[in-house]
Design a protein around this ligand. Structure first.
Ligand SMILES: N[C@@H](CCC(=O)N[C@@H](CS)C(=O)NCC(=O)O)C(=O)O
Length: 219
């Protein structure tokens, strides 16, 4: 049976935390892989244009045809629609403000930088400047993780002892560059959390298929 949800995603992308949330919620979905960041396969990425003119994944299409973009919005929306799953603090929960704060922080301060990191020519035409730009973007990302780590007081998970979509989000985005080894150095408290989420048995098959623990994945 399908609920009619369609997710445009890609292995190794920011759509994977959405897949993780759908897995924990046991919600079936149709997946269309669109490798928007693969310059050698434009046709794959172009599929998402049917729903999202930003040509980015994740893009979720609801059963009524409504399009929801932006990873943080999708994760919050899914969690809020299934309160019994406790994947987000409820609006009246004292943890709600920090939950929203860090969901938007990951999206705006960190994830958005990959638009430049993945293709520096978008902002800097001269190729001789690309290596320096990339290094600075990666430093900024590491700094942002460090700032977040200094401001949170995790228990087993970032907001306390209950897993939320924030943990899924941080677990996946910290697998992107500058990758985990640097993250563990700059964000030791959240480092313990993401290692716990990495080995969550409910997500084992998904992580293996959609992220992969290949040799050297931690950086
Ligand atoms: N603000 C978006 C960013 C999504 C994003 O950057 N997705 C990447 C894949 S991880 C992508 O599609 N990149 C292609 C591009 O930006 O051209 C979100 O939070 O969902």
């Amino acid at each position: 049976m399908t609920t009619g949800l369609t997710l445009y995603g890609a292995r190794g992308s920011g759509a994977v935390p959405v897949e993780a949330a759908l897995t924990l919620l046991e919600i079936p979905y149709a997946l269309i892989d669109a490798y928007t960041f693969d310059p050698d396969d434009k046709a794959s990425g172009d599929q998402v244009l049917a729903a999202n003119p930003m040509r980015q994944v994740p893009t979720l299409v609801s059963p009524t045809g409504e399009v929801i973009t932006e990873s943080a919005a999708i994760l919050i929306w899914l969690a809020d629609r299934h309160p019994a799953s406790r994947l987000a603090p409820a609006p009246e929960d004292p943890k709600r403000a920090q939950f929203l704060r860090w969901m938007i922080f990951v999206s705006s301060a960190i994830y958005s930088l990959y638009w430049v990191k993945d293709d520096p020519s978008r902002l800097v035409p001269d190729p001789t400047g690309h290596a320096a730009l990339e290094a600075r973007v990666l430093n900024r990302i590491a700094d942002c993780w460090g700032i977040m780590d200094s401001q949170v007081e995790p228990g087993r998970y970032i907001l306390g002892d209950e897993l939320s979509v924030l943990d899924l989000y941080v677990t996946v985005v910290t697998r992107f560059r500058p990758r985990r080894k640097r993250f563990y150095e700059v964000a030791p408290k959240m480092g313990d959390v993401v290692r716990r989420v990495d080995i969550d048995p409910r997500l084992h098959a998904l992580w293996k298929d959609r992220m992969g623990f290949h040799e050297g994945w931690e950086g």
